[in-house]
Write a protein that binds this ligand. Structure first.
Ligand SMILES: CC(C)(COP(=O)(O)OP(=O)(O)OC[C@H]1O[C@@H](n2cnc3c(N)ncnc32)[C@H](O)[C@@H]1OP(=O)(O)O)[C@@H](O)C(=O)NCCC(=O)NCCS
Length: 195
């Protein structure tokens, strides 16, 4: 039985009161386990924010959020392709909820880049942006992997400077540029942070 209490996030406004427990390391079981096997309950209490594993309905909501948002519109992602990504059981998804309302999500692969965790996608509903929820989701993901990993990676499109600024504020640095990677005329910037 493996269990750990994630490190308290550095932001004073967030209190972590939950516990993650699993029969195996999260790095060995990238899919969310059934309820009762993996229980995650992190509460950003000051903002009444709960970050919990996504169920299938959450994954379908996340795909719809992606399909109607930048940068995925410019990248040509349809609802069908977003559903494929979001339903992929190889990827962990956590959803941030305030009360009963879904605010945002983060999609993760435990070994996505040279064996290290990869933050594949993050999005927050328009109405909830700029309130720290994206920061909470990223810090949650870092805390989730930190006991088992030394590095974290993500990609950001060259035409998404606001998201890149957020990642840089959180300590990510560009370590590569994939030119014309998803669409012609745009790069994906590979970002790295030492956990
Ligand atoms: C990027 C995103 C997840 C951040 O979530 P958030 O809850 O708004 O983030 P926070 O409140 O913690 O931080 C705010 C910062 O996020 C970034 N941000 C805010 N709105 C954004 C938007 N529409 N697109 C990209 N980045 C944005 C900015 O850096 C902002 O800081 P600023 O207000 O000083 O410019 C969210 O804005 C979003 O879903 N954007 C659209 C999808 C996207 O770009 N995802 C990233 C793909 S790599």
């Amino acid at each position: 039985m493996h269990s750990f209490l994630p490190r308290l996030p550095p932001r004073g406004s967030v209190r972590v009161v939950g516990i993650i427990s699993s029969t195996a390391s999260p790095l060995l079981s990238p899919s969310p386990s059934p309820p009762g096997v993996l229980g995650v309950s992190l509460m950003a209490m000051a903002r009444d924010l709960h970050i919990v594993p996504a169920d299938l309905a959450d994954r379908e909501w996340a795909a719809r959020l992606m399909a109607r948002s930048e940068p995925w519109i410019t990248l040509g992602r349809t609802l069908a392709t977003c559903l494929l990504v979001c339903r992929n059981p190889d990827y962990l998804m956590f959803v941030a909820r305030r009360g009963g309302t879904r605010c945002g999500f983060v999609l993760l692969h435990a070994r996505g880049v040279v064996g290290s965790p990869y933050l594949a996608t993050i999005a927050v509903e328009d109405a909830f942006r700029g309130q720290g929820i994206g920061t909470d989701l990223i810090e949650f993901a870092e805390d989730y992997f930190r006991p088992h990993a030394r590095h974290m990676f993500l990609c950001v499109s060259s035409f998404n400077p606001r998201a890149k600024a957020l990642y840089e504020r959180l300590g990510y640095r560009q370590v590569g540029e994939l030119v014309d990677y998803l669409i012609d005329g745009a790069s994906e910037h590979l970002m790295h942070k030492r956990l």
